[in-house]
Design a protein. Sequence first.
Length: 61
Amino acid sequence: MSASDTQLEKQTKRHKPSLLGIGAAVAIAVVAGMIYVFGGFSPDADEASGAPTVTEQQQSN
């Protein structure tokens, strides 16, 4: 059962901010996922900083 009298133009105006928010959230999630997949959050970040790791410190003592 649907409404017999729908005003699409009025509904479009009312839902536009919500749809834009959903679209922005999806876009941010896609960008974050791509950064994660292509190495933006590397688990080997400590090696890139040049700081000695715990194992290297223990071996030097």
